[in-house]
Design a protein around this ligand. Structure first.
Ligand code: FMN
Length: 192
């Protein structure tokens, strides 16, 4: 397969289209973020990269907190809306019908309609160029009980999570395997 060589660009896909909340439950704001990921397991650390001109930027800078709310297929339209409208002039919670819920460890609210919410406290920030990267510790996780089975396991397959790739939104497809399946020994079938 021959490949064209292009100059460097931010072409990593798929990424989440997460709803990042900031502010307080009484004065909440939310913006859509594609530039996010996990950077450490212990302690659990994440980052979001936000342009300084976003209304949310200064709120996160001032409060040092935010929540990453995972998005589902059923909230695709609202996720896009939160990425094209600004909290400067729009109440996006009201516009999208989102319910702000008090978090446990941070003042920034959770979105009730999102299946999993990561409560984050900023540890460092760095202006990289177009974006400020906020490095943060995940200080709490709020998982919707309807997706937790009797053994306390979270089943993300049931949430209908959404992904974002090169300007387009996608539903996750069918399961192809699970962690380590490529090297796992198959269980022998006992013939009766
Ligand atoms: C799918 C998608 C991903 C986005 N990712 C980012 C991002 O990673 N960083 C960022 O600063 N803006 C991103 N944006 C744009 C902001 O969400 C958008 O400018 C929003 O209106 C800012 O809201 P605010 O002014 O209320 O903070 C994204 C938009 C969309 C639709």
């Amino acid at each position: 397969m021959s490949k064209q060589f292009w100059k460097g660009s931010a072409l990593l896909a798929p990424v989440p289209a997460a709803l990042v909340t900031c502010g307080t439950p009484d004065a909440p704001n939310v913006l859509t973020v594609g530039w996010t990921g996990i950077v450490c397991t212990r302690p659990p650390m994440t980052y979001i990269s936000v342009r300084p001109e976003r209304y949310s930027h200064d709120i996160i800078m001032k409060n040092g907190e935010f929540v990453i709310n995972l998005t589902t297929e059923s909230m695709c339209r609202e996720t896009d809306l939160c990425g094209v409208k600004s909290g400067k002039d729009t109440d996006k919670f009201a516009l999208c019908g989102f319910t702000p819920v008090q978090a446990h460890e941070v003042d920034a609210p959770l979105i009730e309609q999102c299946p999993v919410c990561l409560e984050c406290r900023v540890t460092e920030h760095k202006l990289l160029g177009s974006h400020t990267m906020f490095l943060a510790e995940i200080v709490g996780v709020d998982a919707d009980e309807q997706f937790i089975d009797g053994k306390g396991r979270l089943d993300l397959r049931k949430c209908g999570l959404m992904a974002y790739a090169h300007g387009e939104y996608f539903a996750l497809g069918r399961k192809l395997g699970d962690f380590g399946f490529s090297v796992r020994k198959k269980k022998k079938r006992i013939r009766k």
